[in-house]
Design a protein around this ligand. Structure first.
Ligand code: NAP
Length: 381
């Protein structure tokens, strides 16, 4: 019989219609209204519309049946309460109330099982291709009905009070879920499952070292191909595509289906894989896999080759092997000439820098500054 379960009188009437020869043995509360409202836009009527059929109706069912000697009292809660959900502020609170009600009943020796479901795939409020895709991309595979029913049976058989039932893709879920802030719920698991934010620093270092080693021995064209493949592999993995062929080098990331969440996850993975700190705006600044590979090559190869550390270590290497006495005098003269040219190149750069600094100073200098400068350069006359 249809009844507004948040109306105490209507609910009492409904319970009164149950014949004594067939007493009520089980209550399964499944009433609910979905929500898609950001917290900032929430108002009392919207909040009430979501809280009434869940929190209020479940509380009324508890109060009106607590003396009936039930065998089972089942509540359909949600992952929104167990691990959270965006645009579900009242829905998360309402479901958290169900979990708390189950604990309350359990503490009083009454039967109670609250199941926090991940989205179901085949029926109900989340059974929609767009919604399923949204969750799948975030690492939560929509639940198959037989798996969900088997989980319900399992929880009842084992007398569980609060259970979360979800089919999680552990490759994806932790990285997206912890993209904006760490999650105490997942902190241990994220480190184990994701090569992104929570990755073990040693694994991350090993990954980027191996890429750097392969880059160090390649030609520029090979370096580009290697990085392009790296970018396409991670992009395909994040988008849930089985092969890199679905990520053409010249196709913009946004056309491939990247959004801000996947972009953050992508940036984290590439940072971990390359050892370079990359911004979350990466796919917007370098909009195609090819452009991103060029940028990474610039940062990883060219940046590395021209760094002070690298240049000094090359000099050390040269210094260690070079013995002037090991070559004849003519060779020594040629090598000395070459070294003078190198030194002149460095001195020229040094002088250019000083000149442009002096030029800058002259443009803003007072007459007094100019006299000081002349006397510094040429000595007092
Ligand atoms: N489907 C999922 O993926 C999923 C995931 C997590 C949790 N859950 C929870 O599981 C439960 C069932 O979900 P569902 O997918 O079957 O939802 P659904 O298809 O939207 O059905 C919700 C049902 O609740 C009833 N209802 C709403 N307000 C009511 C009220 N005041 N009194 C009595 N009945 C009321 C609706 O009846 P009317 O049609 O007459 O309005 C409807 O039959 C809900 O509590 C939901 O929050 C579902």
């Amino acid at each position: 019989t249809p009844c507004d379960a948040s109306d105490r009188t209507a609910l009492q009437h409904l319970l009164d219609t149950i014949p004594t020869e067939h007493p009520l043995t089980t209550v399964i509360h499944t009433a609910g209204v979905a929500e898609n409202t950001p917290l900032a836009e929430l108002d009392l009527p919207r909040m009430e519309a979501v809280l009434r059929p869940k929190a209020l109706a479940a509380t009324l069912l508890h109060e009106l049946t607590q003396d009936l000697g039930l065998g089972a009292f089942v509540l359909f809660s949600s992952g929104a309460a167990a691990w959270g959900g965006s645009r579900q502020p009242s829905y998360a609170a309402a479901n958290a109330h169900l979990d708390a009600l189950a604990e309350h009943r359990h503490a009083r020796g009454l039967p109670a099982t609250s199941l926090a479901w991940a989205p179901w795939s085949e029926a109900g409020m989340a059974a929609d291709e767009t919604v399923s895709d949204y969750y799948r991309r975030r690492g939560m595979r929509p639940l198959a009905t037989d798996l969900a029913i088997a989980s319900l049976q399992y929880a009842l058989d084992h007398g569980d009070t609060t259970v979360a039932v979800a089919d999680i893709d552990w490759e994806r879920f932790p990285a997206g879920f912890t993209a904006q802030r760490p999650s105490p719920l997942l902190s241990g698991l994220a480190a184990a499952a994701s090569p992104g934010a929570g990755a073990d620093p040693e694994d991350t270092a090993a990954m980027s070292d191996s890429l750097r080693q392969r880059l160090a021995t390649g030609t520029p064209a090979q370096q580009h191909q290697l990085l392009l493949h790296h970018v396409r592999t991670h992009a395909a993995a994040i988008l849930g595509h089985p092969t890199v062929d679905t990520v053409p080098p010249a196709q913009p990331f946004q056309e491939l289906g990247f959004d801000s969440l996947t972009a953050v996850e992508f940036g984290q993975r590439l940072s971990a894989g390359t050892g370079v700190d990359l911004p979350p705006t990466l796919v917007f600044d370098h909009p195609t896999p090819k452009e991103l590979a060029d940028f990474l090559r610039e940062r990883l190869v060219e940046g590395e080759l021209t760094s002070e550390g690298h240049l000094l270590s090359e000099l050390d290497r040269w210094d260690a092997v070079c013995k002037p006495s090991a070559v004849d005098e003519a060779a020594r003269r040629r090598i000395t000439g070459r070294l003078r040219l190198l030194l002149a190149k460095w001195n020229d750069t040094e002088r250019d820098t000083e000149r442009s600094a002096a030029h800058g100073e002259l443009e803003t200098a007072t007459a007094e500054d100019i006299f000081d400068l002349i006397s510094d350069e040429f000595g007092k006359s």
